[in-house]
Design a protein around this ligand. Structure first.
Ligand code: MTE
Ligand code: MO
Length: 255
């Protein structure tokens, strides 16, 4: 891969050089801006790689916009602030194995807390720019380079042996983290706290939640998260286009 454009020094880094750099393992969650509110384009892996910052510092960015365009082997490109890139990670391993082809082999970028599209797979070039330009999805009207929206997903409802119902899912708010998940079993009139999993180590990870209740006929179950800054997930519904779905997930559950 190369670091080019508005830099003091054009830099080329080979795969051997990259994997010889100080190695870290990080849990990181990714979420696609284009997914439905309760969609499943949200998942977590433990990635092996190295921080981008030392490489950037060596290249010595000089551009005026404070922004960079990342280019990939499939002609994909995305642009966002160097500030976000600096916190990024170059990954060549995933879940203890080499990075699968479909997830970006030989190397991909992971940008903490930003939408999936910034996490460039099959990375070839980091180009420092003088002025902002649209990336592949931004040319098509999306606004998917910034921080993710907060979401609590309702991914399972199970009737337990004693007739109790367990509802469960994942909640994610990027680097803001998840502080609380609340569940309503009466369409949003009253709320109770869900049980949360221990946070995974890492600054950009989801959390699992679960909640049990005794059913009484049909229930409109609604779920909402509060992020680590104390901000409640907004109730107002919007489609994923252009800047990610919003609203509270709800589902009818019968006892
Ligand atoms: N090179 C390249 N990187 C890419 C993309 C792509 O099409 N090409 N898609 C992006 C989008 S939109 C998302 S949501 C994530 C998905 O990552 P995953 O395939 O590892 O789940 O990769 C991002 N990186
Ligand atoms: Mo995406």
């Amino acid at each position: 891969m190369t670091i080019t454009g508005e830099v003091g020094d054009d830099t080329t880094i080979t795969f051997d050089e990259l994997t010889g750099m100080p190695t870290e393992r990080r849990f990181v969650t990714l979420r696609c801006v284009g997914e439905d509110l309760n969609g499943e384009k949200l998942d977590t892996a433990v990635w092996t790689g190295t921080p981008i910052k030392p490489l950037l510092e060596e290249a010595d960015p000089e551009g005026e916009c404070g922004c960079a365009m990342l280019h990939a082997a499939d002609d994909y490109f995305v642009q966002f602030p160097i500030e976000a890139l600096e916190d990024g990670f170059l990954a060549w391993g995933m879940n203890g194995r080499s990075l699968p082809q479909s997830h970006g082999y030989p190397v991909r970028v992971l940008i903490p807390g930003h939408w999936g599209e910034t996490n460039v797979k099959w990375l070839q070039e980091i180009e420092l720019l003088n002025e902002e330009m649209d990336g592949y999805w931004e040319q098509r009207g999306w606004h998917g380079t910034g921080p993710v929206n907060t979401v609590a997903k309702l991914w399972s409802d199970t009737v337990l042996d004693d007739g109790t119902i367990e509802v469960a899912g994942h909640a994610y708010a990027g680097t803001r983290g998840i502080e609380r998940v609340e569940v309503s079993t009466d369409g949003g009139d009253s709320w109770a706290d869900a049980e949360l999993s221990e946070p995974l180590p890492g600054d950009d990870v989801w959390r699992q939640w679960r909640y049990e209740f005794d059913p009484d006929g049909s229930h409109e179950v609604v779920v909402r998260a509060t992020d680590g800054e104390g901000e409640l997930q907004p109730e107002e519904r919007s489609e994923s286009f252009p800047s990610g779905a919003t609203g509270w997930v709800s589902r009818t559950v019968n006892g």
